[in-house]
Design a protein around this ligand. Structure first.
Ligand code: HH2
Length: 266
């Protein structure tokens, strides 16, 4: 999944693709690089980000969704927690909703997803982007995130969303310390028991800077290390900014036996 941030303030590429034309060009480039899906966002969810009104979010993303759905066959997901934004983007050609609140923030989101038959990604977050990095706390982060995702999966199915249209995401960096993120990334196979495809967004995130002891370093190479580890643990969808690099690494990793230990069959 390639990330297209039509925002002025995203944590790693804020402002670079804020203008619709730049975002469309970025999306087409990620598609050409081999993205299997494009995730279009009009609101940063980085820690402390200021919420954006749905009208402004729509102004940012709708032209991008319209243009990309005309110019590429790669499925488009809309990264939003607003049912109004999601509805307009689905009508314009998006096929999935990626909601970092797991469809809890907007009461109309689950019924929209159920009625439209779109794909859904439900992500775990402790708190909100405004509060989430103020002392996140868990007794057992792996199991608490697991239980929360299981409950959300059940609630979404009860709301009429087909189970095979739901992907679940433990939410790396969303209300988690570096230690919490590492615990989750070391136990990704646990989440297979949820019975839904797993999506993980770890691209360029702060835990990489923390691990190498340099918060300001370029995190591209660290991202690739984490992408390969997640793939080896069976994660189906990897949300990344640099599709070409991730795809090249994954192709080679698989070809040289990197996935072999997953199931022992090869
Ligand atoms: N991470 C970000 C945004 N959306 N969605 C899912 N499902 N999982 C994630 O881990 C995830 C996400 C944050 O990354 P980015 O979009 O690059 O930054 P920003 O929120 O600042 O725009």
């Amino acid at each position: 999944m390639g990330v297209v941030n039509a925002t002025p303030d995203s944590f790693s590429d804020g402002g670079r693709f804020f203008q619709p034309a730049a975002a469309v060009e970025r999306g087409l480039r990620l598609a050409a690089e081999g993205a299997d899906m494009l995730d279009i966002g009009g609101q940063s969810t980085r820690p402390g980000a200021t919420p954006v009104a749905p009208a402004e979010e729509l102004r940012r993303v709708l032209p991008v969704v319209v243009a990309l759905s005309r110019q590429t066959d790669v499925p488009i997901s809309i990264d939003t927690s607003s049912a109004k934004v999601a509805a307009e983007c689905l009508a314009a050609g998006a096929e999935a909703i990626n909601d970092v609140t797991a469809l809890t923030a907007d009461g109309a989101m689950a019924s929209l997803a159920a009625a439209s038959g779109c794909g859904v990604c439900a992500m775990h977050m402790q708190g909100t982007p405004q509060t989430m990095q103020i002392q996140p706390r868990y007794a057992d982060v792996v199991e608490e995130v697991f239980a929360w995702l299981a409950a959300r999966r059940d609630a979404l199915v009860a709301a009429g969303i087909a189970r095979d249209r739901i992907a679940l995401d433990p939410g790396i960096g969303f209300g988690k310390t570096a230690a919490h993120n590492l615990a989750i990334l070391n136990h990704l196979p646990r989440y297979r028991a949820l019975g839904c495809p797993l999506l993980v967004g770890l691209s360029r995130k702060a835990f990489i800077g923390h691990l190498i002891g340099d918060a300001a370093a370029d995190r591209s190479a660290g991202t690739i290390g984490a992408v390969l580890a997640a793939a080896r643990q069976g994660v189906e969808v990897l949300r990344v900014h640099d599709v070409a690099a991730a795809r090249q690494a994954l192709v080679v990793f698989e070809a040289v036996g990197g996935l072999a230990k997953v199931d022992g069959r090869r």
